[in-house]
Design a protein around this ligand. Structure first.
Ligand code: FAD
Ligand code: SF4
Length: 511
């Protein structure tokens, strides 16, 4: 063996150029380490999902003839740290003269691997993960000297560059963005196809985690693990989405419903973030389908989907790498409250929160609007410290890796970055939740009441937030209308709302 090639748990890209040829002198290393299970309090399905996918990936490489070393968490020689294991291997294999690493997507991992690489006397080479459409430095490269970036300009540039959904240099349908056509509530009797769920037996991994006392949250059925753990299954999930869900994706993207936990969403984020699927193949598969089925899938649906992947996902990563490490400590509103206990139990009388949290604990999944406009909105309105909010989102979701979780949480959802990512805070009273879901119909609270015993907490907390932060919000043009509405309110009306909010905040754990 003359070289080692490290593959991290989120680098399961079977099409990577590393694997094009078999090199018997190169040992490919994958490892399960406590350093990675313990940096956050993860959902058990997240840890199991990563380990199962890594094991299958290692197996596939091995079957294809590559030399692979897989270090299990319970291996007695495991030092439980990526770099310590690499050092240990170099000691055992003195013939190794070269280590190959792929650029990690997370800052934390980048730091420890860079530091390790610098200490080595042998050659360490860095490679791209060959996954994203853009480089980490894309904002700097495309908009030199600027520090203010709009997702829309970024997205249009990628559309032009890739040619996706373009006709003769013009966007299809003459529009870059079909968002306005896309915000529908689910009709009462709408048919929603059941989500495609796998049924893996993962009892061995669960038993290993229990024995190693890895601390996790959430539920798992070890005999029926539902997430894809191979590239073939990821492609099956993609096919299912394209055939059954894409036609309604954009239309019901913002909808929420008590009976459907994933509606028309793709549930592809785990496969994408582990790199079992590439963003290019996902959008190309969707676009090809749309081209052949224009009667079923209209332009608004396909554009809505493509924008999530080549727009939002790439932009989020670009923001992360442009602003780290400072981004992770931003706290624009200086919020400091604790996260209410029901984020970990779903035991709350607020139906929207109970449903969103319950399914997060059960499936390690909630869709975007549940994350943004229910759990995120409530945390922001209640003044929860962004560190607490981040820790929760980083732990609970199967797709949570810091590069994508942090800008979405701190930036988009909590506005802790002061507007780097979003142009205004994503806050709403109960009326938005009522407009987009059927949650309020079966809630203990009354969405139409602003004050009183059963008043929906979102209502008074919303105005309390506006009052508390009006100074900072005045600088934001997009908040002008709302601030005017607040200013014009009767003083006694204002005081009643603020009193109600203070009462709720004083008993936040028992709402
Ligand atoms: P769909 O709704 O079907 O969308 C398709 C794909 O588009 C997703 O798989 C995803 O890859 C991409 N996408 C859509 N929106 C975004 C976005 N805002 N940022 C990045 N990619 C996007 N996404 C994660 O992958 N990991 C996270 O840790 C994460 N944390 C979030 C935290 C908060 C507070 C919020 C508001 C959003 C977060 N998101 C995160 C973004 C988004 O909610 C998820 O990507 C999406 O819900 C995953 O489910 P899906 O595959 O069914 O997505
Ligand atoms: Fe949520 Fe308020 Fe509606 Fe209840 S009434 S579901 S708390 S928005």
């Amino acid at each position: 063996i003359t070289s080692l090639a490290l593959v991290l748990g989120d680098q399961l890209n079977a099409s990577h150029s590393w694997f094009k040829t078999v090199n018997p002198q190169r040992l490919i290393i994958l490892m399960e380490v406590c350093e990675e299970t313990d940096y956050a309090n993860h959902h058990i399905q997240k840890v199991v999902g990563f380990f199962a996918a890594m094991r299958n990936f290692a197996q596939a490489l091995s079957t294809a003839g590559h030399s692979v070393l897989y270090i299990r968490l319970d291996d007695p020689h495991n030092h439980q740290s990526v770099t310590k294991n690499l050092t240990g291997l170099l000691e055992k294999l003195p013939s190794v003269a070269h280590v190959h690493l792929q650029q990690p997507d997370e800052y934390r991992v980048d730091c420890y691997l860079q530091a390790w690489a610098e200490q080595q006397s042998i050659q360490v080479s860095w490679f791209d993960t060959e996954h994203f459409l853009t480089q980490r430095s894309v904002l700097h490269d495309w908009f030199p000297g600027k520090d203010n970036f709009l997702m829309e300009s970024f997205y249009r540039r990628i559309r032009k560059q890739s040619g996706y959904l373009m006709e003769h240099d013009k966007p299809i349908g003459g529009k870059w963005n079909f968002d306005k056509e896309n915000r529908h509530k689910l009709a009462d009797k709408h048919d929603v196809p059941a989500p495609l769920m796998f049924s893996h037996d993962v009892t061995d991994i669960v038993a290993m985690l229990t024995k190693a006392q890895v601390k996790t949250i959430g539920e798992i059925d070890p005999e029926r693990f539902i997430w894809p753990t191979t590239r073939a299954e990821s492609r099956q999930l993609l096919d299912y989405f394209i055939d059954k869900l894409l036609a309604n994706f954009g239309r019901y993207q913002d909808a929420m419903h008590t009976d459907y936990w994933s509606l028309f969403h793709a549930r592809l984020s785990f496969s994408l973030n582990t790199k079992m699927l590439s963003p290019r193949e996902v959008v190309e598969r969707a676009i090809n389908y749309w081209q052949d089925h224009r009667a079923q899938v209209n332009e608004a649906q396909i554009e809505g989907f493509v924008r999530q992947i080549i727009g939002w996902r790439e932009f989020i990563r670009a923001i992360y790498w442009h602003h780290m490490p400072n981004y992770s400590t931003t706290n624009f509103f200086e919020h400091s409250a604790k996260l209410p206990a029901y984020y970990w139990t779903a035991k709350t009388k607020m139906q929207c929160m109970a449903k969103s949290i319950e399914q997060s604990l059960k499936f390690s999944y909630a869709h975007h609007i549940q994350r943004l406009m229910v759990t995120g909105n409530f945390a922001l309105l209640s003044g929860v410290a962004p560190d607490e909010v981040d820790a929760w989102y980083l732990g609970i979701y199967i797709d949570a890796l810091q590069w994508v979780e942090l800008p979405n949480t701190r930036g988009m959802s909590q506005f802790a970055d002061g507007g780097i990512l979003a142009t205004k805070p994503y806050i709403s009273s109960g009326s938005y939740i009522n407009k987009m879901s059927n949650y309020c119909q079966s809630c203990h609270y009354d969405v139409n009441q602003r004050v009183g015993e059963n008043a929906c907490p979102f209502n008074s907390l919303y105005w309390h937030f506006i009052e508390t932060h009006k100074k900072q919000l005045r600088n934001n043009g997009r908040m002008g209308l709302i601030l005017n509405q607040w200013d014009k309110r009767d003083e006694s009306d204002k005081q009643e709302l603020l009193k109600q909010a203070r009462f709720y905040l004083s008993q936040i754990d028992s709402l």
